[in-house]
Design a protein around this ligand. Structure first.
Ligand code: NAD
Length: 460
């Protein structure tokens, strides 16, 4: 789908847009299997801070062949700037690494990366169970403010995201996976977000393995069996393509009415089409029988909108949206369990939405379903962890699909610009985040919601 404004400000209207101070989105650098750089950039990476986390990340980068610098040089060009704050005891400890980032920031290349590493702040509930020093928690909370503000200040397609250590050290395997995801072009439309690693589960992988594709044994999803609902078009079709690219064998589910589009999508990826309505009481039985072997990855992507202001909401619109978007997922996960259809370490990723975080006018039903998905993932995390798996949600913001194409032209133009990247995301941006969370390497991230929204102004 084309974004005319983006094309114009990067073409004939570049000078005028600059003069008028208009938003200046740039085409984002996205992952390509043919890229000799594997989705990473060639310029050096600055690792600021002198903490165990800084040592660990610098070690990972050096082992992977990156050129790493440990002191900010204002004349240097950087592909990424990493600030390590782990172990900070008081907000006063945040100064040095933050000012080092500031010194280096002008040298950040187009579509560069800022990444923070810090300890997760305790919530009030957690602090009630395990008291935490207020100064220490202020330091931990402070990093969220630094990161989110820095993300708002990014220019030229650069992003800023953080890794939070929740009761684990920087050597936890999924910290490496999180680093490669945030550093690579696969996270092009993720900005202002945190990935929380809270267990030692996961697999420590190198930067090249994270980028391996196709039938390579090193590909992140090699040999895994993946089911994607709502696979006929839009984000679902992009998910099957990316999961296949990363080595999975894919099964796509969609309603019989979308049968031809589903067949086309699944033929493209040499996958298998399963015609089923996920709201049917026997949907899980149909899917398990069609797959015929353990399911390692399940992506709950099928979703619908039936917007109405609450004053005009009716039972049909309410129940169909809740039925497709969340009730069918709860039922399917339970039934697959009863059937013993899960693989040894199952990974589930469920589609939420920024509407489920911030709410949206005319979408009480949709937002209830998507906020429900976020709650579902948080509550089911423990049971998936016991099986060495994970369940997470991904919350897209404005993504260029048939769904958003239906918006009135002006609303659509405004919606696109309301993010730090000043443009809409593509279906494959969402798919990349999903493929990352569905990998064994990321199993230390569980029960969380990752926004893929270019730091949309809506919500946090
Ligand atoms: P889409 O409408 O283009 O595709 C959804 C697919 O789900 C369709 O192929 C449809 O046939 C299928 N589907 C619907 N009901 C089904 C059912 N009962 N059983 C089986 N399949 C069914 O939507 P999209 O834009 O690709 O969105 C995909 C997911 O991402 C949805 O969950 C949506 O809520 C979410 N999302 C999208 C956006 C966006 O900007 N497009 C933003 C936030 C969240």
């Amino acid at each position: 789908m084309s974004d005319t404004y983006l094309d114009l400000v990067n073409g004939p209207l570049r000078g005028i847009a600059k003069k008028l101070g208009l938003p200046a989105p740039v085409p984002l650098r996205r992952f390509s299997a043919d890229d000799p750089q594997h989705g990473y950039l060639a310029e050096p990476v600055l690792v600021a801070g002198s903490t165990p986390g800084a040592e660990a990340l610098a070690g990972l980068l050096v082992d992977a062949g990156f050129s790493v610098q440990r002191a900010a040089d204002p004349g240097q060009r950087y592909s990424a700037i990493i600030a390590a704050y782990d172990g900070a005891q008081t907000p006063a400890d945040l100064q040095d690494a933050t000012l080092a980032v500031g010194t280096a920031l002008r040298g950040l290349v187009t579509c560069g990366r800022v990444i923070t590493l810090s300890d997760a702040p305790a919530t009030a509930d957690e602090a009630a169970v395990a008291p935490v020093d207020p100064a220490l928690n202020a330091a931990r909370g402070g990093v969220t403010g630094i990161l989110r503000s820095a993300a708002h200040e990014m220019r030229s397609g650069s992003t800023a995201n953080g890794i939070l250590l929740d009761g684990v050290g920087p050597e936890a395997p999924s910290v490496a996976a999180a680093l490669w995801f945030l550093l690579s072009a696969k996270s092009a439309y993720v900005s202002g977000q945190f990935l929380t690693v809270d267990s030692e589960r996961g697999r420590r992988i190198g930067a090249a393995d994270f980028a391996a594709t196709g039938d390579s044994a090193a590909a992140p999803l090699a040999g895994r069996v993946a089911v994607v609902t709502g696979a006929a078009r839009g984000i679902g079709a992009a998910i099957v393509e990316v999961l296949r690219r990363d080595g999975a064998q894919v099964y796509g589910v969609d309603v019989p009415a979308a049968g031809q589009a589903l067949a086309d999508t699944m033929n493209r990826v040499r996958g298998t089409a399963i015609q089923a309505d996920i709201t049917a009481p026997d949907a899980a039985d149909t899917i398990a029988a069609a797959v015929g072997r353990p399911i390692d990855i399940l992506i709950h992507n099928a979703g619908i909108t039936r917007d109405k202001m609450l004053a005009n909401m009716d039972a049909g619109r309410w129940s169909s949206v809740l039925g497709v978007n969340v009730l069918s997922q709860l039922r399917m996960d339970d039934r697959l369990d009863e059937l013993g259809a899960w693989g040894d370490a199952p990974h589930v990723v469920s589609l939420a939405s920024t509407s489920g975080i911030a709410g949206n006018r005319g979408q009480t039903n949709y937002a209830a379903s998507k906020a429900g998905v976020i709650g579902m993932a948080a509550a089911a995390a423990d049971s998936f962890a016991r099986r060495s798996g994970s369940i997470n949600a991904v919350a897209p913001g404005f993504i260029e699909t048939e769904m958003t194409k239906k918006m009135p032209v002006l609303t659509r133009q405004v919606a696109r610009r309301l993010s730090s990247l000043a443009q809409g995301g593509l279906p494959r941006d969402v798919a990349e985040a999903i493929a990352f969370l569905a990998s064994d390497a990321a199993a230390g991230i569980n029960g969380r919601t990752l926004r893929v929204c270019g730091q949309n102004m809506v919500g946090a």
